[in-house]
Ligand binder design. Structure first.
Ligand code: EPZ
Length: 430
């Protein structure tokens, strides 16, 4: 069982390059299913979730080749299957992204209903409702979505919630069907915009990329492309918090401030200096005591839910009281109980967390429960006095490419260890 051991108290100083974005890479790989040929993606992050998605696509007959670091060739010339099995889907919910492209390409798909996960029930009802409006026939049987699409036609779709992967699924399903599809109340996260750009590069006709209204005019066929995946704005935000929580000073390559206005606004509000050095290069400085600030997570361009746990770690050490409202997922405070073990003063009431800043956190054995919660615990460990051991650190590997290596290169005392669940705190050197 992999764990991370962190000796807190080191200021992070130095340069770091932000990796490609997980939540842009996954839909890009799904879009490759639409193409009878080989697409080449660069700046693809080496992540557990990317490997899981690769295994899923390979089970459908897609061929992959990792070329140099971050360069991935995806050949979907011959799709041999249309079933995304439960054992793969249950490990990664984003597997649902094969549904739209499989229906468009193969006219059928059998995809396991993704179960819930640590942060919420995360239904896919809006994906299915939109697909049915396009003419897809859907049956739910034995935990699977059995979908057939003999003839698909464009439709006017209104999404009750601006679902990110729902918007992506529908965009991919609509790209090559006859007629025009309009998706209203679409998600406009940068990763959704990037998928629209990828589909347009393949020959799709899409208007409104990056806005809440997408118009997709179906085309006959899409062609192979070469595309560089965007940098990960959530990793960038996580690294900025690492600078803030350690009073550090870091220079970040591959950071696009135009996608991070809500996060950067809040980090400046608590006292950090975030300044552009040049295009794609940003300095983050956290040289003094953090001030308190309230945050409410919202769909883009609001404060991203994927940065909520990391921001909470930072303001546990703020001067004063902060209120965090999580409006996207119903159970995304799993990191709170672990932060409290480290001395944080946090009270949760429903979807609101009240964080009363404390002068210091103390290192402790803590357990990661989900991807961003694990990042939050690592960040808290960087600032805590003494040693923190984060167990179940595999969660981190799902969405961060060598985060511990990046932090260590910036001066953090962090290392990966094998934790024996049977060992007591004493044996683990705590
Ligand atoms: C995407 O998940 C991201 N994952 C998540 O990142 C991110 O937290 C989330 O968007 C919100 O920004 C990927 O892009 C692979 P949603 P997604 O559908 O698409 C409800 C991370 O840490 N909903 O936008 O699954 C849903 O329950 C991950 O990198 C429905 O009710 O999120 C939630 O409350 C975590 N019915 C809200 O909408 C539906 O059919 C937003 O979910 C779909 C969603």
């Amino acid at each position: 069982m992999k764990g991370l051991v962190i000796e807190g108290g080191e200021r992070l100083v130095g340069e770091v390059t932000v990796s490609g974005a997980k939540n842009a890479a996954l839909p890009a790989l799904a879009a490759a299913l639409l193409v009878d040929g080989t697409c080449r993606f660069t700046n693809v992050p080496h992540l557990r979730d990317v490997e899981t998605f690769r295994a899923l696509l390979e089970s459908l007959g897609v061929r992959f080749r990792w070329k140099e670091k971050g360069e991935l060739e995806v050949d979907a010339s011959s799709i041999e299957g249309v079933t995304a099995s439960y054992d793969l889907v249950k490990t990664m919910r984003a597997s649902i992204l094969v549904l739209g492209p499989l229906l468009a390409r193969m006219e059928e798909a059998v995809v396991s209903l993704p179960g819930g996960c640590a942060i919420g029930a995360r239904p896919v009802d809006l994906h299915l409702k939109g697909l049915e409006q396009l003419g897809v026939q859907i049956e739910l049987e034995h935990g699977y979505i059995k979908a057939r699409a003999p003839t698909l036609n464009g439709a006017q779709i209104y999404l009750d919630i601006p679902t990110v992967t729902g918007t992506e699924n529908l965009m991919m399903a609509a790209a090559t069907i006859q007629g025009t599809t309009v998706i209203e109340n679409a998600a406009c996260e940068p990763e959704v915009e990037e998928l629209a750009e990828i589909l347009k590069a393949m020959g799709a006709e899409i208007e409104g990329a990056g806005t809440t209204v997408l118009t997709i005019r179906g085309v006959e066929k899409l062609r192979p492309i070469e595309y560089r995946i965007m940098s990960d704005r959530i990793e960038a935000g996580t690294l900025m918090v690492a600078a803030g929580i350690t009073g550090g000073n870091i220079l970040m390559e591959g950071c696009r401030l135009e996608h991070m206005e809500a996060v950067v606004g809040k980090l400046r509000e608590v006292g950090m200096e975030i300044s552009p050095v040049r295009e794609g290069k940003v300095r983050a400085v956290g040289d003094h005591r953090i001030r308190s600030a309230d945050v409410k997570t919202l769909p883009y361009p609001g404060f991203p839910t994927d940065m909520q746990a990391q921001f909470m770690a930072l303001i546990t050490l703020a001067n004063g009281l902060s209120v965090i409202s999580e409006t996207i997922f119903e159970n995304r405070f799993m990191h709170v109980s672990e932060l409290r073990r480290m001395g944080a003063d946090i009270r949760v009431q429903g979807s609101t967390a009240i964080v009363n800043g404390v002068p210091a956190l103390s290192g402790a054995p803590v357990m990661a429960t989900d991807l961003r919660a694990s990042a939050s615990l690592v960040l808290a460990g960087l600032a805590a006095t003494g040693m923190t051991v984060v167990s179940r650190a595999y969660h981190l590997e799902r969405g961060y490419e060598d985060l511990e290596g990046k932090l260590a290169a910036l001066g953090a005392k962090v290392k990966k260890v094998d934790l024996d669940e049977g060992l007591g705190e004493q044996e683990q050197g705590l």
